[in-house]
Structures are given as C-alpha cells and as structure tokens.
Design a protein around this ligand. Sequence first.
Ligand code: 5GP
Ligand code: ZN
Length: 116
Amino acid sequence: MTHDDCLFCKILAGDIPADIVFESETAIAFRDINPQAPTHVVIIPRQHIATINDIGVEDQPVVGSLFSAAREIAKKEGLSEEGYRVVMNCNAAAGQTVFHLHLHLLGGRGLGWPPG
Ligand code: 5GP
Ligand code: ZN
C-alpha cells in the first residue's frame, strides 16, 4: 500500500528523484539527502509501514530483507570489514522525521557510542 502524502512512497513511485543504490523485490535504498557520514544510505521497504510500532508478524520477512540489503550495500561500499552502523529511529523523541519505515546505514568514519 502506498500513501499519497508519504515522501518515501513518492521516491518509490519515481515522483521524487533519488540516488538509488540498491533494489530488490521487497526493498530499495538510496543515498540520504543530508548525509551524516561518508556513506549514508536509507533502506526502505516497498510496503508502506509507518514505524517500528506498526510492524506486524506477517511483515517479518520484509523487515528482515532490510538487513540483507544493508549487508549487501555495506559490502559494495567496502565497509564490511571496517564496520558500519544501522539505525532505525521510532517516533519523534528518537528523531524519526519520515513516517515510512527505514534503516539508516552509516559508515566511512568512526562512529561514537552512545549516539546522541
Ligand atoms: P529519520 O530522521 O526519519 O530517521 O530519517 C529520515 C532521513 O531521510 C533523514 O536522514 C533525511 O536526511 C532523509 N531525507 C529526507 N528527505 C529526503 C529526500 O527527499 N531525499 C533523500 N534522499 N533523503 C531524504
Ligand atoms: Zn510510504
């Protein structure tokens, strides 16, 4: 299901351009418009799911596929050995601004812990 007022559904539909780096049956990934690291890719399901709170049991294969995408993209970007981070923000306090589930893949620099 796509949502007319969802930015990432618009990217999926090709209505908003994006630098797409990965596509599968269940997910696509594109470079973040405001990168926080040398590699910053946003991985989204083709299916519109708003937040982690909205993930159903039936969505588990799709959500799992986001991590498979992360592994493949990290390999392509040469990050597998040095390391990278995947982050999924849920709702406002965690910094979620786009309410279509997405995994951030960050790498190419040292990443502090704990995150801000
Ligand atoms: P959130 O803050 O919801 O976890 O992450 C949303 C991300 O989407 C942000 O890192 C933001 O920079 C990115 N973003 C917002 N609008 C666009 C856009 O139009 N194109 C791309 N490529 N990224 C976007
Ligand atoms: Zn959407």
